[in-house]
Design a protein around this ligand. Structure first.
Ligand code: S6P
Ligand code: ZN
Length: 186
C-alpha cells in the first residue's frame, strides 16, 4: 500500500481527509452510566454526541499500526462525566499509546485480575496502555478532550468483557471536581 498522510485540524478537532468518523451519542451508550434516568433525559433533550473517533482505513492485518483521534465532549450523565465505552483488546498481548492534545481527563485502566489505575490525560503527557489492560477515557474538564492514539492493527476490540464485569471505579463530579469512586459489588 502507499503511505498515508493525515491532517489534524483543531476547530473543530478532526482528522482528515480520509479518516472514517464514528459517532457515539447518548442513545448508543445505554447501560454504560450509572444514572439511567438522567441518560434518558439527555436522549429526549436532543441525544447529544458524547464522543467521536476518526480513523484512517488501515488494514487490520499483522504488522500494521492503526491510529486515530478521539474527541470526547464535556458533559455529565447525572454526576458521572462523559466517558468512552471502554474495552480490552481482543488480542490481549497488544498495547496502545495515548497522546492527549487538548482538554483534561483521565484514563481508567483495569487488568483481568481487577487491578485498577487512573492516569491523568492532558497535553504534555503520553500514556502507555500495556498489554492486557482495559481502557476507558473520561472527560473531567469543560472543553473537548482530544487525544491521538496508536495500536497494533490486529488488536481487535473486546467490549463484552467490560460490559459484563465493568470497571471497578467510576469518575463522578463532587462539588465540581472529579472524584474516583469504587463501584460497590462482589
Ligand atoms: C482504540 C482506542 C480508542 C477508542 C476510542 C473510543 O483502541 O482505545 O480509539 O476506541 O477512544 O473508545 P471505545 O471504548 O468506545 O472504543
Ligand atoms: Zn484500545
Amino acid at each position: 500500500m502507499d503511505p498515508i498522510r493525515s491532517e489534524l485540524t483543531w476547530e473543530p478537532a478532526q482528522l482528515g481527509p480520509d479518516a472514517v468518523r464514528t459517532i457515539r451519542r447518548t442513545s448508543d451508550l445505554r447501560g454504560l452510566f450509572v444514572d439511567a434516568a438522567s441518560l434518558e433525559e439527555l436522549v429526549r433533550a436532543g441525544d447529544p454526541v458524547v464522543y467521536e473517533t476518526y480513523e484512517p482505513s488501515i488494514p487490520e492485518g499483522p504488522g500494521h499500526l492503526r491510529y486515530g483521534l478521539t474527541v470526547l465532549y464535556p458533559g455529565h450523565v447525572g454526576r458521572e462525566y462523559f466517558m468512552t465505552r471502554g474495552h480490552f483488546h481482543l488480542r490481549r498481548e497488544t498495547a496502545e499509546v495515548y497522546v492527549p492534545l487538548r482538554g483534561r481527563g483521565v484514563l481508567v485502566l483495569q487488568d483481568e485480575l481487577g487491578r485498577c489505575r487512573v492516569e491523568d490525560l492532558h497535553p504534555g503527557v503520553v500514556v502507555y496502555v500495556p498489554p492486557g489492560w482495559a481502557h476507558r477515557s473520561v472527560n473531567t474538564g469543560s472543553e473537548p478532550l482530544v487525544f491521538f492514539y496508536v495500536y497494533p492493527a490486529d488488536a481487535g476490540h473486546d467490549y463484552e468483557t467490560v460490559a459484563r464485569s465493568g470497571f471497578r471505579v467510576r469518575v463522578l463530579a463532587q462539588d465540581g471536581h472529579p472524584q474516583v469512586v469504587p463501584v460497590e459489588g462482589p
